[in-house]
Design a protein around this ligand. Structure first.
Ligand SMILES: CC(=O)N[C@H]1[C@@H](OP(=O)(O)OP(=O)(O)OC[C@H]2O[C@@H](n3ccc(=O)[nH]c3=O)[C@H](O)[C@@H]2O)O[C@H](CO)[C@@H](O)[C@@H]1O[C@H](C)C(=O)N[C@@H](C)C(=O)N[C@H](CCC(=O)O)C(=O)O
Ligand SMILES: Nc1ncnc2c1ncn2[C@@H]1O[C@H](COP(=O)(O)OP(=O)(O)OP(=O)(O)O)[C@@H](O)[C@H]1O
Ligand SMILES: N[C@H](CCC[C@H](N)C(=O)O)C(=O)O
Ligand SMILES: [Mg+2]
Length: 486
């Protein structure tokens, strides 16, 4: 429990009505969860406006409301705090309520279209190998040390972040690694957190349904770097054409990583195989259990971030060579008959292109690549034809299927993907809307030695259809089919 004035300490208040020394038991921004003792923060969202629900929360017993527009009527025993921007204030209040946990941890945030989960998870695993306790916020799961906490978002809301981070501090974590999505940046979910470092991977086509323009999408990512303290470090991928843009207005120390040219941290791929690749990182050769140009970039980013966090370079390199692939990212399953399936979370055109290029780099001439891929419903529709185009260009055959259709008709999504396939290319494309059937067909068509890429859902263990999440796991489906093979 805290006093209201304590959690408002770092907040710019425009006006305050009634008393400040109220007891506060929790911070709430959803009227449906408000109770006596809650401070209700009215946030203008993408669908609704929290201000609409102020009468309801007062009825529920709330004695304090933080808002942008002063309500016309409210009882005398309710404190009204008027601020410029409620969602910014929500982050600051949440930090204060939980005793500023981000200031008690070494906190690194990772942003970019692809690679966030991979890099944040590998850093979390790496510092654990080196003997430190760490926390993780990721798409796949959150962790407090070894304790797994289910993730609902890539980056949760600011109250959930601070609550979990306080538990990390309580559990004795020294480090925290966090994926920072563009939605989170746009909605100020990380406001009030003190980052020691920020990392940028890349920016390519995604989420234009939300951000509308690519410029706005870049701006959202860039805001992360604009808001860093001068004691923090930034680390960006210099091989991405918007890498340097991220650091244009930052006060933080500027660092880059690059496989292609100059950079604070540099690496080269020496040899690639299915099982892994030999890398030269900063003049040292190491064997890693990852493949692909993008994974070389990810590993270099992990190395750079760890060094900037103060770890010994040689110790970092040793730990790097011990790291294994992340759940649902380039996960390999082999059949008794010699077929190889790869499950990967590539759900953007760029990720799909990269993963297919990687497979083509290590596949022998006589091995066919059969790609099974779909695109999510209620998400950026513009990426659909692009994803099909990438799949067709790099594969021997393609089966277009359903991902998470959500509220949409999956057959319609497949048709939209089909628009990216030219008439001439159609001969190598099949549409099978049922994902299980699509995977089964790919496995049947494949000959011993062939590779089946099942892309888009990675670690997911459900398929969301019309608001219902049905159990579905690409890896389970593949194992079942492979086990039934003679
Ligand atoms: C589009 C989007 O990002 N929406 C997020 C946003 O909700 P919103 O702005 O739409 O909320 P709203 O419904 O307009 O309501 C506005 C306010 O009124 C309140 N309200 C609403 C109804 C009511 O009865 N009472 C009430 O008080 C709401 O609690 C809210 O404070 O803020 C909520 C709280 O933080 C999020 O849970 C919610 O995530 C939705 C569920 C979501 O699916 N988000 C996805 C797209 C997302 O965030 N994805 C990224 C990953 C993307 C990637 O990189 O791949 C992520 O970080 O997970
Ligand atoms: N550095 C990278 N550049 C491009 N593609 C990548 C990179 N790293 C991983 N990928 C591809 O993108 C997919 C998703 O990777 P990852 O989960 O690490 O990204 P993410 O940024 O966390 O995605 P999300 O926004 O969905 O949380 C991987 O399965 C792989 O195909
Ligand atoms: N974080 C991404 C995940 C997409 C995964 C894909 N399987 C889908 O459901 O579209 C998003 O919300 O756009
Ligand atoms: Mg992620």
């Amino acid at each position: 429990m805290k006093k209201l004035f304590e959690i408002l300490q770092e907040v710019d208040i425009r006006q305050i009505f009634n008393k400040r020394d109220l007891d506060v038991t929790d911070i709430c921004f959803d009227s449906r969860k408000a109770k006596e003792g809650s401070v209700f923060v009215a946030v203008k969202g993408t669908v609704a406006d929290g201000h609409q629900f102020i009468p309801q929360v007062i009825d529920a017993g709330c004695k304090c409301v933080v808002c942008e527009d002063q309500p016309q009527k409210y009882p005398d025993d309710v404190t009204i705090v008027v601020v410029e921007n409620s969602s910014l204030v929500l982050g600051k209040m949440a930090s204060a309520f939980y005793d500023y946990p981000s200031r008690q941890l070494k906190l690194l945030g990772v942003t970019g279209t692809n690679g966030k989960t991979t890099i944040a998870t590998l850093l979390y695993k790496m510092v654990s190998i080196m003997g430190y306790k760490a926390g993780l916020f990721s798409t796949v799961a959150n962790y407090i040390g070894n304790e797994k906490v289910e993730a609902t978002h890539t980056t949760p809301d600011s109250v959930a972040i601070n609550k979990l981070m306080a538990e990390m501090v309580e559990a004795g974590c020294d480090y925290c690694f966090m994926e920072v999505s563009s939605h989170a940046l746009d909605q100020n979910r990380v406001e009030g957190l003190q980052f020691d470092g920020a990392l940028f991977t890349n920016i390519t086509h995604d989420h234009l349904d939300y951000h509308k323009t690519f410029k706005a999408y870049i701006e959202a990512k860039k805001s992360f770097f604009d808001n860093l303290d001068k004691e923090a470090f930034s680390l960006v991928n210099a091989d991405d054409k918007n890498g340097m843009v991220m650091m244009q207005n930052t006060r933080a120390a500027k660092n880059t990583y690059s496989l292609k040219g100059m950079g604070t941290f540099k690496a080269k791929i020496i040899e690639s195989m299915f099982e892994g690749m030999q890398l030269d990182i900063d003049g040292h050769e190491i064997w890693t259990q990852f493949v692909g140009n993008f994974n070389a970039q990810n590993l270099l980013a992990v190395y750079g971030a760890a060094v900037l966090l103060g770890f010994d370079k040689m110790e970092v390199l040793v730990a790097l060579s011990q790291l294994k692939s992340v759940d649902g990212r380039f996960e390999t399953i082999r059949s008794k008959t010699g077929k190889t399936a790869i499950v990967d979370y590539a759900h953007t055109p760029d990720a799909l292109k990269n993963v297919i290029e990687t497979i083509n780099l290590v596949r022998q001439g006589n091995q066919q690549l059969i790609t099974v891929v779909g695109a999510g419903g209620d998400r950026d529709p513009m990426k659909r034809p692009e994803m099909a185009k990438e799949a067709v260009q790099g594969s021997s055959r393609v089966i277009l299927t359903s991902d998470n259709p959500r509220s949409e008709d999956p057959a319609q999504i497949v048709e939209e993907m089909m628009k990216g396939v030219t008439f001439k290319e159609r001969i190598k494309v099949l549409s099978i809307v049922d994902r299980k059937e699509a995977i089964r067909t790919a496995c049947v068509v494949a000959q011993p030695g062939d590779i089946i890429l099942v892309a888009g859902k990675g670690h997911e263990t459900y398929q969301e259809v019309k608001g219902v999440k049905n159990h579905f796991d690409d890896r389970e489906v593949i194992n079942e089919i492979f086990n039934a093979e003679e």
